[in-house]
Design a protein. Structure first.
Length: 181
């Protein structure tokens, strides 16, 4: 298919249209296509019949060997961002991660047990919901409560039922620990 440089045609009301880039076509080029792999952001315009023909013959990987194609595919899977292998240390320590987030300032289990021994089960659950370590500091409790209410309030979340349930859980947790001594 022989293409030509697009000619721009001025239409009524200063709207510009492109002429089909096919050399033997006088139709309007409504559909854009990249010029080449190297000039992917530069376009030529075709009519419907010729864009179909152009697309049928288009091959982004044309001229590349297998290694280059594989490299392009690998780059595309990571959005062309750098990657590096995970070291053995990360794999070895993977099981140490506690997904319940009750790590309370990176204390070990014995320290956590000592810290929560002075609290009821409801209070410990409330601190877990608030994602803070057990404390008798009412200022920290109030500050955390206000932050959570702002985040999960149904008025800010367009009446989402999940947030309504979450705010009920937060309110109950606050009632359990607000007067802690």
């Amino acid at each position: 298919m022989k293409t030509t440089v697009n000619k721009i045609i001025k239409k009524k009301n200063d709207i510009y249209e492109h002429k089909c880039a096919h050399s033997s076509c006088d139709k309007i080029g409504e559909f854009k296509a990249p010029v080449s792999r190297e000039s992917i952001n530069e376009y030529i315009y075709f009519c419907l019949d010729h864009i179909r023909e152009y697309n049928k013959n288009w091959n982004y990987y044309e001229g590349l060997n297998n290694e280059e194609i594989e490299s392009e595919i690998r780059k595309a899977t990571t959005w062309e961002r750098p990657t590096w292998p995970m070291k053995d240390g990360v794999k070895k320590n993977w099981g140490d991660i506690n997904f319940e987030f009750h790590d309370f300032d990176n204390l070990n289990n014995k320290e956590i047990e000592k810290k929560v021994a002075n609290y009821s089960l409801e209070e410990v659950k409330a601190f877990k919901i608030f994602n803070i370590p057990p404390t008798k500091n009412t200022e920290i409790i109030k500050k955390t409560y206000k932050k959570l209410v702002k985040k999960y309030h149904p008025d800010y979340n367009m009446g989402n039922k999940e947030y309504e349930n979450k705010i009920k859980e937060i309110n109950q947790a606050y009632n359990d620990i607000k007067d802690i001594k």
